[in-house]
Design a protein around this ligand. Structure first.
Ligand code: FES
Ligand code: FES
Length: 185
């Protein structure tokens, strides 16, 4: 069985199939950013993105992830180690204390901001309310997510511009082929 972790293809040995995925990531792949805090799916500390959706994985087995695209906190920073703007915003806003909730919180917020890059504070609160943090009181976390939102707005504009240019290119090729057909006829 294969799965894709932080854009890397992983061949999973048969012996690991019945292992819990959180242990597989932490012990076999050395991706210890993903935390296992409550072990019963209640706190959100183990949240990663699976096919772009946040998922709590502490009670899930490796075999349930065949072919899945997984993003852990280690995959969010740039390859040279530069923090993602959302990670940087967490640092800047003092949204990290013990850090145990942080990877799950950041990935939950990342998935949320990709879908909603112009959130209200209330929407941010709703998006993270199932991720528990016993240290910060949440205000700094909400501040950080709000601070990072402009980055996602720029990304969205970039994607829209790329899509518009792709459409224009497709239309131009289609016009060119029609013109070639007319000239040949
Ligand atoms: S460690 Fe998975 S939800 Fe708490
Ligand atoms: S920073 Fe400690 S649990 Fe959130």
């Amino acid at each position: 069985m294969k799965l894709f972790v932080n854009n890397r293809e992983i061949e999973v040995p048969a012996s690991a199939m019945q292992k819990r995925i959180v242990e597989f990531l932490r012990e076999d792949l050395d991706l210890t950013g993903t935390k296992n805090a409550c072990d019963i799916g209640a706190c959100g500390a183990c949240t990663i993105l699976v096919n772009d959706e946040p998922l709590r994985i502490c009670v899930k087995l490796v075999k349930d992830f065949a072919g899945a695209r997984i993003l852990t906190i280690e995959g969010l920073a740039a390859p040279d180690g530069t923090l993602h703007p959302l990670q940087q915003a967490f640092l800047d806003c003092g949204a990290i204390q013990c850090g145990y909730c942080t990877p799950g919180m950041v990935l939950t917020a990342h998935a949320f901001l990709l879908k909603n890059p112009r959130p209200t504070r209330d929407q941010i609160r709703q998006a993270i309310f199932k991720n528990l943090c016993r240290c910060t009181g949440y205000q700094q976390i909400i501040d950080a997510i709000e601070k990072a939102a402009p980055h996602y707005q720029r990304e969205e504009r970039g994607l829209q511009a790329a899509s518009a240019s792709e459409k224009a290119e497709t239309q131009k090729s289609s016009n060119d082929s029609e013109l070639a057909g007319v000239e040949a006829g």
